[in-house]
Design a binder for this molecule. Structure first.
Ligand code: ADP
Ligand code: MG
Length: 396
């Protein structure tokens, strides 16, 4: 789960990381209040969307920049009027962009240098990884690509946690001296504590700046939390912004379905995450492209299967459906009845291929045959993938 910059900065502040003073606003009244709190100095107006690259982004009406440094109240108001309810396209939003429904107004800093600092869960080493760079402010992937030697990586063992020597090592690698080493150690310690306490998978400050006055501060913040641990953190759950999520994924989570939208055109309905991954792979290897990941779980019932069909079909890109069920704990006849009932409930307008295997498979196939539902049965996953890809491709 992701949160907005302004929410992440509040959290950072609770953990002792300095951030510029700022106020969020979602309508014109709040915009005025926020601006009046900041006075008539340099202000930064920042579009709040769950995507980075805002500074270099462009709104769909041609207005440039989702992060604007302005000189006074009038300019702040003007920037706010352009941004609020406008759609911002950045390198991370995809061409459709994101509608800006919240703005953040914050004090402008005199920047001397921009750094990058993040802590990320590194699955390969099963450790947390501190990633830092003197090349902050820009796209860190580009830095990693062009000048990988400029990325400092320090692994932190989950049993040892962050120690002072880790902080000093990163601080020295970034070129800090004296007072700034102390400031940096406080920031990294706070950042790590927040990452650990809140089950975050990523905390990223880009840029962390040194101001002309010698202060270290977080000017941007991104935090992603582990969705599987979120039930332990009601305070974090409250920060969820459904406007930023795919409506299909929200609907799926209501029905306990693990669904992730992708950009292909063959929808998959599978039980078990591993089988779902294999199904997506095999569609791809036959030249097709999966429209989603969908794991209906080990004990899906008729209602869930119906909901799954509805969610799949609400995606206008879907040109075919591949159902791939292995009846292990669940029996194939139960699933077949679920599919038939769902198909009668939902108008399935695209080719449907069903592959069943496992317990009571014959009974399941018979139910499908006798149901009158327009579908193509398949005996193997290879055959199922081949057939659905051919059907979708021939439909053009
Ligand atoms: P994004 O990463 O989405 O483009 P940032 O918040 O990192 O958005 O802002 C982009 C750039 O704008 C920063 O790298 C920094 O140079 C500048 N900037 C952002 N906030 C401030 C601020 N409070 N004061 C001065 N400059 C800022
Ligand atoms: Mg940034």
């Amino acid at each position: 789960m992701n949160i907005h910059e302004y929410q992440a900065k509040r959290l950072l502040q609770e953990y002792g990381v300095p951030v510029p003073r700022g106020y969020a606003a979602t309508n014109s009244r709040e915009v005025e209040t926020a601006i009046s709190h900041l006075g008539d100095d340099m202000i930064v107006v920042k579009a709040q969307i769950h995507a980075g690259g805002r500074g270099k982004g462009t709104f769909t009406d041609g207005y440039k920049g989702g992060v604007k440094v302005v000189k006074n109240r009038e300019e702040a108001l003007d920037a706010a009027n352009h941004m609020l309810d406008n759609t911002l396209v950045t390198a991370q939003t995809g061409p459709e962009g994101r509608k800006v429904q919240t703005l953040y107004f914050t004090e402008a800093c005199d920047i001397e240098h921009e750094y990058y600092l993040a802590i990320v869960l590194d699955r390969e080493t099963a450790q947390s990884m501190i990633i830092a760079s003197t090349e902050g402010g820009m796209d860190i992937e580009a830095v990693a690509e062009a000048t990988p030697e400029k990325l400092i990586r320090v692994p932190i063992s989950p049993t040892m946690g962050l120690r002072h020597y880790h902080c000093r090592r990163v601080a020295f690698a970034l070129g800090f001296e004296g007072e700034q080493v102390k400031q940096f150690a406080r920031i990294l310690t706070g950042l790590y504590k927040m990452y650990w306490d809140k089950n975050a998978m990523l905390v990223e400050i880009n840029p962390l700046v040194k101001t002309k006055q010698g202060q270290l501060m977080a000017l941007d913040a991104k935090v992603s939390f582990d969705g599987n641990a979120i039930f332990q953190h009601p305070d974090i759950q409250q920060l969820r912004d459904l406007n930023e999520e795919d409506p299909k994924e929200i609907e799926a989570s209501k029905h306990n379905l693990a669904y992730i939208a992708l950009d292909g055109n063959i929808a998959c309905m599978v039980n078990g995450a591993g089988l779902a991954m294999a199904t997506m792979d095999i569609i791809q290897s036959f030249g097709g492209s999966p429209a989603n990941f969908l794991d209906v779980g080990g004990g899906a019932n008729e209602d869930q299967v119906t909901a799954a069909f509805k969610i799949i079909l609400s995606d206008p890109n879907v040109k075919g459906i591949l159902v791939n069920i292995f009846g292990g704990i669940m029996k194939c006849d139960v699933i077949a009845r679920g599919i038939v009932a769902a198909a009668k409930n939902v108008d399935i307008t695209v080719p449907l291929v069903v592959r069943l295997e496992g317990t009571n498979v014959e009974a399941g196939k018979q139910i499908l045959r006798e149901s009158g539902v327009a579908l193509t049965p398949a005996d193997s996953l290879v055959q199922a993938a081949e057939v659905i890809v051919a059907q979708v491709n021939s439909a053009g």
